[in-house]
Design a protein. Structure first.
Length: 467
C-alpha cells in the first residue's frame, strides 16, 4: 500500500525519507526531494524500478517472452516512401489528421457498431498509454475511486496511484476463455466510483468479456453514474465468439471512452499511434488537455496508421490463425510441465500460476532468467492476485517461443515437486487484512498513529548510524 503523502513529507523534513525503498528507487540523493511534485512523490516508483531491474538482468541472447509486440509482416501496413510519409508541412492538427480520424470513425461504425463523428468525437494519440493519462488527468481527482478487474494491465493501477486515486479491485477468473468478475464484489466496488475500466481481451489473462458481463458492468455504471473506460487494444485477437464493444450497447455511448491502438493489431508498437473515441462532451476537455501536454502525433505515424486501416484483412487473418495455433501448442506444453493454466479466449498471453513452487511471480521469473536466460513478465505488477503468476507472450516468433518453452521446461524440472505447504503460503500473495482507513490530516499535521507508522520505516536501532 502506498505511504500517505503527509507521511512522505514528514519523512523528507526529518531526513528519514532516504531509507524508504520507494524513495531510493526514485532518487539516490534525497536532498533533491524538496523539488519534487506531490504526484511524483506518490508515483509507483518502487514497482517501476523493480520491473526495470528485472528486465535489465537479461544477458545477450535472451529468449524474450515478456512483451506483447507482434512483428509479423501480415499485420503491418506497406511502408510508404519517406516523401509521402512527410508530405505535409508544419504541425498536424492536435486531434489528428482529418483523413485518419475519418477512417477511424468508419472502422468503429463497421467493426464495433459505435457511431461517432470524426470531426469532434475521435482523437489520435501517442498510443493507449498516453490515452490512459489523458483520461485520468481529465476526469480523476485525488481520492476518487477507480474500479479495476484483478488482474489487469499494469498501467491502470500505476496511473491511479500517480493521480492519488483509490483502486477498488474486483477479483476475476478465466473460465473457458471468458473473464468472470466476482459479481458481488463488482456491485459493491461500483458504489461511489468515478471510473470503471474494462479491458477485453484482457492483458494479462487473455480472457474475453462476453456481452452479458458488459451489460452488467454498464448497468451498474448507469445506476451509480460511473464513467466507463473500454480498452480494446487486443480486439483483433479473439479466438472464440466475436469481440463486443461496451459503447455499442444501448446507453453505452453516453458514458464510455473507447481506447485503441495500432501497436498490437498492426504490429506498429514503435510508431506510437492510437485513438480515443467518445461523445463530444467527454472529448472536448480531453482534447484541451492533449493540446497542453502532447499536442500531436507525428505525420509519419498517422500516415502509416491510415495505410493500416486501408490494408486488406486477409494477411492479418492468417496471422491470427497462427496465434491461435500457438495458443493451443503453448497451453499443451505448459500442461506437460505441470503448469496448469486457463486457455485464453483472446490476446496472446498465457497467465500461469506458480504459487505451488513457493515463489512469487517475480521470484520465479528472476530465477528462470538467471538459470535459463528467458524473459517472461512477473504477474506481481498486474494486481493483487498476480503475485503468484507469470505472464508468457506467444507473440514471439515461433522458433523463439519453442526455444523459450524448452528452457522453461528444463527450469521447472530442476525445481522438483511442489514446495511444502509452509513455503507455498510464504510465496503466495499474503492474506490482505482489513485495515480501517483514517482520513489523512492536512500536510504538516500528523496524528500519533501516522508518526508511529513513519517510524516503522526506520531500520532496527542496531543498524542506525551514530550521530
Amino acid at each position: 500500500m502506498p505511504i500517505p503523502l503527509p507521511i512522505i513529507k514528514f519523512l523528507i523534513r526529518t531526513g528519514i525519507a532516504q531509507r524508504i525503498p520507494a524513495v531510493r528507487a526514485l532518487v539516490p540523493d534525497p536532498s533533491y526531494l524538496r523539488f519534487y511534485s506531490d504526484r511524483i512523490l506518490m508515483a509507483p516508483n518502487e514497482p517501476v524500478a523493480a520491473m526495470n531491474t528485472y528486465l535489465g538482468r537479461a544477458l545477450p541472447g535472451a529468449v524474450d517472452l515478456s512483451l506483447g509486440a507482434p512483428s509479423e509482416a501480415g499485420l503491418r501496413p506497406p511502408l510508404a516512401p519517406a516523401t509521402e510519409l512527410h508530405a505535409a508541412d508544419g504541425y498536424p492538427p492536435a486531434a489528428g489528421i482529418v483523413e485518419l480520424r475519418q477512417a477511424v470513425a468508419a472502422k468503429l461504425a463497421q467493426n464495433n457498431r459505435i457511431e461517432v463523428a470524426a470531426a469532434d468525437e475521435v482523437a489520435i494519440v501517442n498510443g493507449v498509454s498516453q490515452a490512459i493519462h489523458i483520461v485520468f488527468d481529465t476526469f480523476v481527482n485525488p481520492g476518487d475511486k477507480i474500479v479495476l478487474l484483478d488482474p489487469t494491465f499494469l498501467v491502470y493501477a500505476w496511473a491511479a496511484q500517480y493521480h492519488r486515486a483509490r483502486v477498488a479491485w474486483v477479483p476475476s477468473r478465466v473460465e473457458q476463455g471468458w473473464t468472470r468478475p466476482d459479481a458481488h464484489r463488482l456491485e459493491r466496488a461500483m458504489r461511489r466510483a468515478r471510473v470503471v475500466v474494462v479491458n477485453s481481451p484482457s492483458n494479462p489473462t487473455g480472457g474475453v468479456l462476453e456481452g452479458a458481463t458488459l451489460e452488467r458492468v454498464l448497468g451498474l455504471a448507469k445506476r451509480h453514474d460511473v464513467l466507463v473506460v473500454s480498452d480494446e487494444v487486443y480486439e483483433r485477437f479473439v479466438y472464440q465468439g466475436t469481440h463486443a464493444s461496451i459503447a455499442a450497447l444501448p446507453g453505452g455511448r453516453e458514458r464510455t471512452i473507447t481506447l485503441n491502438s495500432f501497436s498490437k493489431s498492426h504490429a506498429m508498437a514503435g510508431c506510437r499511434v492510437g485513438y480515443i473515441a467518445a461523445n463530444r462532451y467527454l472529448m472536448r476537455p480531453m482534447m484541451a488537455h492533449q493540446f497542453i501536454a502532447t499536442p500531436f502525433v507525428s505525420h509519419a505515424s498517422q500516415r502509416m496508421a491510415l495505410a493500416a486501416l486501408a490494408a486488406p484483412p486477409d494477411p492479418a487473418r492468417l496471422v491470427v490463425a497462427e496465434y491461435e495455433a500457438r495458443r493451443g501448442w503453448l497451453h499443451a506444453e505448459l500442461g506437460r510441465m505441470g503448469l496448469e493454466s486457463a486457455l485464453p479466449g483472446g490476446a496472446f498471453y498465457a497467465w500461469v500460476p506458480v504459487r505451488r513452487f513457493g515463489m512469487t511471480g517475480l521470484e520465479f521469473a528472476t530465477r528462470l532468467l538467471d538459470a535459463e536466460n528467458v524473459l517472461i513478465m512477473p504477474g506481481d505488477f498486474f494486481g493483487p492476485s498476480g503475485a503468484g503468476h507469470i505472464r508468457i507472450s506467444y507473440a514471439a516468433p515461433r522458433e523463439r517461443l519453442e526455444e523459450g518453452a524448452g528452457r522453461l521446461a528444463r527450469f521447472v524440472a530442476s525445481l522438483g515437486g511442489p514446495a511444502p505447504a509452509a513455503a507455498r503460503r510464504h510465496g503466495a500473495h499474503p492474506r490482505r487484512e482489513r485495515v480501517r482507513r483514517r482520513a489523512a490530516p492536512p500536510c504538516g499535521r500528523l496524528s500519533l498513529p501516522q508518526i508511529r507508522q513513519a517510524m516503522a520505516y526506520l531500520p532496527p536501532s542496531h543498524e542506525r548510524p551514530f550521530r
